[in-house]
Ligand binder design. Structure first.
Ligand code: AMP
Ligand code: ZN
Ligand code: ZN
Length: 405
């Protein structure tokens, strides 16, 4: 019925167009949804006077300090942002993981084979797969998980992550996809910058190097905005970071080899989080030593991790999990002293806060939202794309004040 009415209206429009000698105008393409991640970009970096483009987008759109999911690490949070499921539910529970379903394999960001293996990423459906299933072209370039198939489905445009590609070249990669013929252009696209994260680790969140990296990424964003304008691309731009950055000091170390006996355990992550696997036959003594109360670090059996972290049910979470106080690290006497900054800590720590900026026709101007959990970004993306979201942990109502309608 609805279809017949529309068909009649279209026929009338065509008749009117030909009667007046005018061709019917081609329909305007729907706005591009452009999701940009600036790894480890803390909200306070916007106040350092080096980010005119980002600050302009925030002022002309919506801004919030966003709470990352736990643990405040890169891969878990990137997958949360595009699935709306917390790490315990989306399966990317850490940057480094083991799984009995993958005997002898350690998932790590540097393990290219694992990063491309869809069976690590198949516990939650990323937004680009939902959009592709709805008939859209997507380009989740450099987004963690985009190099893998999801149950056999792949995004239209992807690229093998190369850390050496500089910020400007990453922008050029995206613009090149937008130069495709109209029928081959994406409705959803991502862009990822790691320069700010690298500077935060190497030089610390309060260093001049951090300011220089923030300025570099801001300039790349400026180049992107100019590129979109030159191409007449209308976009809803959502800029996020995955977590913040805490300053470290060699004076703030907890030594796990002072707590546990060599040969009774192995670790996978050490630093802002510690993941511990007791050796066979040593479960009880390793547990007893780790679970004893101590200053600057708390450890739990995975089943006893406090509920507010929403963490510990997934088989990929290590049996024993340690969380140092923010700014402290768990390490060994043999390890190098810590870098100047790190993340992974309690996702409620102010230092771990992430950034949210949204700008475009879907967003009101000059809105500052209350802090929300990063699981809310996914239902926002679904709304921008007009697709039905998969079951998720987010709530679009938290962002309603930012939307024009
Ligand atoms: P983190 O160790 O949590 O600080 O992770 C940040 C690092 O992850 C950055 O140095 C990035 O270069 C790296 N990274 C980001 N995306 C990818 C990816 N898709 N594949 C491999 N490494 C990545
Ligand atoms: Zn990160
Ligand atoms: Zn990092």
């Amino acid at each position: 019925m609805m279809f017949r009415k529309l068909a009649a209206a279209a026929a009338l429009a065509i008749a009117l167009g030909s009667a007046s000698g005018l061709a019917a105008a081609p329909p305007k393409p729907a706005p591009l949804t452009l999701l940009i991640s600036i790894d480890a970009f803390r909200p306070d970096y916007l106040t350092r006077g080096v980010t005119p483009n980002l600050s302009g987008l925030a002022a002309g759109g919506a801004f919030a300090e966003m709470r990352p999911s736990f643990p405040s690490k890169t891969f878990p949070n990137h997958y949360t942002l595009v699935t709306g499921r917390r790490p315990d539910e989306n399966g990317i529970v850490a940057n480094n993981m083991r799984d009995e379903a993958h005997p002898g394999v350690t998932f790590a960001m540097s393990n290219r084979e694992a990063v491309k293996d869809g069976t690590w990423w198949d516990q939650a459906q990323p937004i680009w797969v939902t959009a592709e299933q709805a008939g859209m072209i997507t380009a989740p370039i450099y987004w963690p998980g985009s190099e893998a198939d999801y149950h056999g489905q792949h995004a239209h445009y992807t690229s093998t992550f190369d850390v050496k590609t500089n910020s400007q070249a990453r922008v050029d990669m995206d613009l090149a996809v937008l130069d495709k013929p109209p029928a081959e252009r994406p409705r959803f696209m991502t862009l990822y910058f790691d320069a700010v994260d690298t500077a935060g680790h190497h030089s610390g969140p309060d260093s001049p190097e951090l300011g220089a990296a923030a300025a570099e990424v801001d300039a790349a964003i400026g180049q992107l905005l100019a590129g979109l304008k030159a191409r007449g691309v209308v976009a809803n731009i959502v800029i996020v970071s995955d977590h913040g950055m805490a300053p470290l000091s060699p004076d703030r170390r907890v030594f796990i080899d002072d707590i546990l006996t060599a040969g009774t355990y192995t670790t996978l992550d050490l630093g802002p989080i510690g993941t511990v696997y007791p050796a066979a036959g040593h479960e009880a003594d390793v547990e007893k030593a780790l679970l004893a109360p101590r200053e600057h670090m708390q450890c739990w059996r995975k089943a006893d991790i406090p509920a507010r972290f929403h963490y510990g049910k997934n088989p990929r979470v290590a049996p024993l999990f340690c969380l140092p106080e923010t700014g402290w690290v768990v390490t060994t006497h043999k390890s190098r002293p810590p870098e100047k900054g790190d993340h992974g800590y309690d996702n409620f720590s102010p230092e771990m806060r992430a950034t949210f900026i949204a700008n475009g026709p879907a967003f009101r101007h000059g809105v500052t939202l209350k802090t929300f959990d990063n699981v809310d970004v996914y239902p926002l993306l679904a709304k921008l794309l007009g697709v039905t979201p998969q079951p998720n942990d987010g709530n679009l109502a938290d962002l309603a004040a930012a939307l024009t309608k």
